[in-house]
Design a protein around this ligand. Structure first.
Ligand SMILES: Nc1ncnc2c1ncn2[C@@H]1O[C@H](COP(=O)(O)OP(=O)(O)OP(=O)(O)O)[C@@H](O)[C@H]1O
Ligand SMILES: O=c1[nH]cnc2c1ncn2[C@@H]1O[C@H](CO)[C@@H](O)[C@H]1O
Length: 434
């Protein structure tokens, strides 16, 4: 994907750091200012293939992310070890994955906030988390704790459905004092998940996350919320609708989470409903691909050159070539939507769908931060006459997001090991065009 940003495609050693339009050397301070911040429960995924009887034995509900006690963890881990069921142990966490994938795609800085064990030993979970995370993810702001980070048992059954058992360790002890307000205020986006609200008495994570969110809102930094798992939302849909309305700009979810928060089954209509509360919506729908919805000011709308599609909304993709905006920046707001089928129809064989949604979000964050980067470096570009949220159109972004998801489907880990090629041999240039 061709983008403004730090990634150098042609030169391993940049021979000219000048901006071709202004012939000025780009001040590096501008480049370093462009980063995104994510908050997560710092976890290592322990992935194993199991059957329903195994889930029943440990009282785990299929498809759910659930917190398990130390005693269940001990027994579960021992069983997996004894029967050599573990495929891999790798850094995880929904926002940790997203920050890592963003940094790999953009070749740029992201900052992860959360906790990290004070004492780290070669081979332990904390060590594994750090060594499986891109060096572009800034871990310097992690808060140290006197104890373990979390473990996420990622149990995959024959149908590919994944069930998460979380042994929390000290993941929820991030303290509000560890939230650096100037770090948040200077970010291109703040990314959080609904999991941050699943805590026990004495935990401080929720308070820390809410402090960061309020700080981002006050500084005009877009807040991005990923819904995590539908069961959490189903428990308190009213609370989540209210939270999203009050604090969130970009809402990311899959179709099940969309149903949980809106009560609407159709992902396009559910995304449309969410536009009552937020500025932009990303709704992944597994084998059916991805829907994006947002706002554009009437004067900046751009008509699609693709065939017009009608689902529950007539010709919903008519203005999908528009770049989305914050509702508040629109004088005459209109709603825009797009849909993309999975890249290449999806892979022939899916290794694992775990983290496919996280990768889609990382691609969209890359586009959003490319816009900030471009604004910082070429402020008087005609591109910024429109105060848009992203660099590309809704249509273009949905293709990029699906492309990034595809890469996760064909590998075991939810974390990308390399960026995407600038050009795709298997694709018409037209696929990326407009
Ligand atoms: N069975 C499939 N066939 C083709 N593409 C798929 C399939 N499942 C997922 N994808 C691709 O991955 C993207 C994200 O998938 P999905 O809706 O499963 O995310 P998710 O449930 O949020 O995942 P996670 O929570 O594990 O990150 C889809 O938009 C699509 O491009
Ligand atoms: O409770 C949780 N908190 C944070 N991350 C979680 C939780 N449950 C599952 N995942 C993470 O979700 C990723 C796939 O999207 C997995 O890598 C897993 O680590």
């Amino acid at each position: 994907m061709k983008f403004p940003g730090r990634r150098q495609h042609r030169h391993y050693f940049p021979v000219d750091n000048k901006n071709p339009l202004t012939n000025q050397v780009n001040p590096s301070s501008n480049a370093t200012q462009n980063y995104i911040v994510g908050i997560d429960q710092v976890l290592v995924d322990i992935e194993a293939k199991v059957d329903q009887a195994f889930l029943d034995e440990f009282d785990l509900h299929r498809g759910m992310s659930q917190v398990i006690s130390d005693e269940v963890t001990q027994r579960l881990y021992q069983r997996l070890k004894d029967e050599s069921l573990i495929n891999y142990e790798f850094a995880g966490g929904t926002i940790g994955n997203t920050m890592h994938n963003y940094s790999v795609l953009a070749d740029d800085r992201s900052v992860l906030l959360g906790v990290m064990s004070k004492d780290i030993h070669v081979g332990d979970y904390a060590y594994r988390f750090i060594s499986n995370t891109s060096s572009r993810v800034d871990l310097n702001y992690l808060q140290s704790v006197d104890g373990p980070i979390g473990r996420c048992f990622t149990l995959i059954d024959d149908t590919g459905e994944r069930t998460f058992g979380i042994n929390a360790g000290l993941i929820n002890r991030l303290h509000p004092d560890s939230i650096d307000e100037s770090l948040i205020a200077g970010a291109s986006a703040l990314v959080i998940s609904s999991y941050l609200m699943r805590t026990q008495p004495g935990d401080t994570m929720t308070e820390a996350a809410v402090k960061a969110v309020k700080c981002a809102n006050a500084a005009g930094v877009p807040v991005v919320l990923t819904l995590g798992t539908r069961f959490l939302i189903e428990e308190e849909p009213e609370f989540w609708r209210d939270f999203v309305h009050k604090y969130v700009n970009i809402l990311t979810m899959n179709e099940e989470e969309a149903l949980a928060i809106t009560g609407i089954e159709d992902p396009l209509l559910a995304a449309n409903k969410c536009l009552d509360w937020v500025d932009m919506v990303i709704c992944t729908a597994g084998k059916d691909g991805l829907y994006l919805a947002g706002y554009v000011d009437e004067v900046f709308k751009r008509e699609s050159e693709y065939p017009l599609l009608s689902g529950e909304i007539h010709e919903f993709n008519r203005y999908e070539y528009s770049r989305p905006m914050l509702l508040n920046d629109c004088k005459e707001p209109m709603r825009i939507y797009t849909h993309s089928a999975p890249y290449m129809g999806g892979p022939e064989s899916i290794k694992n769908t775990n983290g496919a949604g996280d990768a889609a979000l990382a691609a969209i964050l890359h586009d959003l931060s490319a816009n900030v980067y471009h604004k910082n470096t070429v402020a008087n570009s005609s591109k910024h006459e429109q105060p848009a949220l992203t660099y590309s159109s809704l249509s273009q972004m949905s293709k990029y997001a699906n492309r990034a998801s595809y890469e996760v489907l064909v590998q075991h880990s939810p974390r990308l090991s390399r960026g995407l090629p600038e050009r795709e041999d298997s694709l018409d240039q037209a696929y990326w065009a407009q």
